[in-house]
Design a protein around this ligand. Structure first.
Ligand SMILES: [Zn+2]
Ligand SMILES: [Zn+2]
Length: 261
């Protein structure tokens, strides 16, 4: 299994999962044309997509979901509560994901199957899911967006070989930065976004002997820097005795490396 970040940040999020012939997109938050360009850069034609699964209903995660599902023929997978979302309901094929129950997704072209598990995390879109994807014993997890560290993730996602985790902001930069007070309050709330320090706490739940790669995701362009986020991740991993984990910062404006899980 391979994962590749197509976009990450408040302007749009999308992650491509490849498992043999199976192609799964986690979130589709860019405008349709831009998302198609990113898929093209990843050398995947939209009609190869088997499914698109959604973490939550914020626009930076769902923007092109229904349109891309319609155009590509992919099945759109989300919680029941998201099915009435304007960006979702145009999808011709919808499939319900039940929180806490693994869903098997099959490739339309081959025998490949993956298991997708959604678990809830605290964020101001109800519900918001973190994902665990498993293919032939290899496990990747995606943990964005959330407002407070979730030690409970350890039980459901604490065996991943590759983790994508939100490192949204540096608390001091956010406090001293130009954002309006109301927006700062939303980001800082327990249902907003993780600071670098909080992401470090969350990482302790995800660090496990399998983990070989960590992707730092959903960085704020205004209130964070890759250097600050990387420093927080390194500190947390060293404290967990996992200083040898490969660290990669996901980009908003360009497609990332195709990573083996
Ligand atoms: Zn969100
Ligand atoms: Zn987001």
């Amino acid at each position: 299994m391979h994962v590749q970040v197509l976009a990450s940040g408040s302007r749009g999020n999308s992650l491509l999962v490849r498992a043999g012939e199976l192609h799964l997109l986690l979130d589709a938050g860019l405008p349709l044309g831009e998302l198609e360009q990113r898929l093209d850069q990843a050398r995947v034609s939209p009609d190869r997509l088997d499914a698109i699964a959604l973490t939550h209903g914020h626009l930076d995660h769902v923007r092109a979901a229904g349109l891309l599902a319609k155009k590509s023929g992919a099945t759109l997978i989300c919680c029941e509560a998201l099915m009435r979302n304007n960006s979702v309901r145009s999808a011709p094929r919808l499939r319900t994901l039940k929180v806490g129950s693994p869903l098997e997704i099959a490739s339309s072209r081959g025998a490949d199957r993956i298991s997708l598990l959604g678990v809830t995390v605290p964020h101001d879109a109800e519900p918001t899911l973190a994902f665990r994807v498993e293919h032939q014993g290899r496990i990747a997890c995606l943990v964005t967006d959330l407002g407070s560290p979730e030690p409970a993730l350890k039980h459901r996602l604490g065996d991943a070989h590759l983790a994508v985790l939100e490192f949204n902001h540096d608390a001091q930069r956010l406090a001293e930065g130009p954002y309006p007070r109301k927006l700062k309050k939303r980001i800082l709330s327990s249902r907003g976004h993780l600071s670098n320090t909080q992401a470090g706490e969350c990482l302790r739940a995800l660090a496990n002997p399998n983990l070989h790669t960590l992707v730092l995701a959903h960085l704020s362009s205004e209130n964070n820097t890759p250097e600050l986020a990387l420093a927080a991740a390194e500190t947390a991993l060293q404290a967990a005795g996992r200083g040898n984990v490969r660290l990669i910062v996901a980009e908003q404006e360009s497609v990332g490396t195709n990573l083996r899980v």
